[in-house]
Ligand binder design. Structure first.
Ligand SMILES: [Zn+2]
Length: 349
């Protein structure tokens, strides 16, 4: 595909240069910030409960992505708060903006708009911040794992059954990624990967969308280690995970979410030893308490993330569940004096 050998855009060149100079900062959790707003069903639907321009009889409370269309100013303000706290890269609020994930809310018809507007609202927030301080910032189009797994049966009595296929995922991700590109995303971030086959469908969808678009966006790939055995849900060690996704020639590979920074460190060290690209880590604010809330203090999370930097394991860091703008500010301060992990740069990474 000839489009892959086009020279990088200025945006990508600027990003690559910044990553060479310092550890880049990602934003924190959108969900935690949305919770603090205390929105009810009418707020989620927006416009006095009309449900934006799309109709669904299904309750929408909890459909955080829909707020891109129904409460865009609130979402923009959260992005802006993370940008001002020190985030170089801000993720769109599109973790569940695929037809597969939106089926839970009967909101599949909104998916393309969610992604286009999701990228635009993030761009607006970053442009506001940059107008004030002149710092460049990048929009990462967030692509979540969906709520189905292509390599494991959800039915214990029928291990051969699959609730979703590679092609279902490829199509759904393709629609999402085209929307993110149309809205102006600078990168694509495939995150919280618990099933590598889902991620491979997203990677394939990126290749198809980039070929149509005529330019390749940097891809960030982030897996999640869900249990103490140090494997993803689909059973891979960090090394196996890397070998499964390295054909994407990603801008970065890394880990997010799951068990907090302490538990992430050995898995990150393993990935850092094998991957010939940048390493990205954005852990949760510790482990959830008995109420499912994250209460690790910003200084505590930041001190743990600083260990990654001190050991030379990372090129990008940020926060996942439970991390606030205060966490991101503390993380940015703690890693500022450390050099990024050294990598040999290839032409397209
Ligand atoms: Zn998380």
């Amino acid at each position: 595909m000839h489009s892959f050998i086009l020279p990088p855009t200025k945006t990508v060149a600027d990003l690559t240069r910044a990553a060479r100079e310092r550890i880049l900062i990602l934003d924190g959790a959108m969900g935690t910030q949305i919770q603090t707003l205390g929105l009810d069903e009418d707020d989620f639907r927006g416009h006095g409960g009309q449900c934006c321009s799309f109709h669904s009889d299904h309750p929408q409370k909890g459909n955080n992505d829909l707020l891109i269309l129904t409460q865009p100013k609130a979402i923009e303000d959260i992005h802006y708060a993370f940008a001002k706290a020190g985030a170089d890269i801000v993720e769109t609020n599109t973790f569940s903006s695929t037809t597969i994930a939106q089926a839970d809310y009967a909101m599949e018809q909104a998916v393309f708009d969610l992604n286009v507007e999701g990228a635009r609202v993030a761009r607006r927030a970053l442009d506001r911040a940059t107008a004030e301080d002149g710092r460049p910032r990048w929009v990462a189009g967030a692509v979540g794992p969906t709520n189905r797994t292509a390599s494991i049966s959800p039915d214990v009595n029928d291990p051969g059954y699959r609730a979703v296929t590679f092609d279902d995922l490829r199509r759904a991700y393709g629609q999402q990624i085209r929307g993110l590109i149309a809205g102006g995303a600078d990168l694509i971030l495939i995150e919280t990967i618990f099933d590598t086959l889902n991620a491979k469908a997203a990677i394939f969808a990126c290749f198809e969308a980039f070929a149509e678009h005529g330019a390749r966006l940097p891809i960030m790939i982030s897996g999640t280690i869900t249990d103490a055995s140090g494997r993803t849900l689909s059973g891979q060690t960090p090394t196996a995970f890397w070998h499964s996704v390295r054909h994407a020639r990603p801008f970065s590979v890394g880990l997010n979410c799951a068990l907090g920074a302490d538990a992430m460190r050995p898995h990150l060290a393993e990935l850092s030893a094998v991957a010939d690209t940048r390493i990205c880590a954005y852990p949760n604010a510790g482990l959830p308490n008995a109420f499912g809330k994250y209460d690790e203090e910003p200084e505590d999370t930041a001190a743990k993330v600083e260990v990654f930097a001190r050991e030379g394991l990372v090129n990008l860091v940020g926060g996942c569940c439970g991390t606030t703008p205060e966490h991101i500010r503390a993380i940015a301060e703690h890693v500022a004096s450390y050099a990024p992990r050294q990598i040999e740069e290839t032409a397209d990474a």
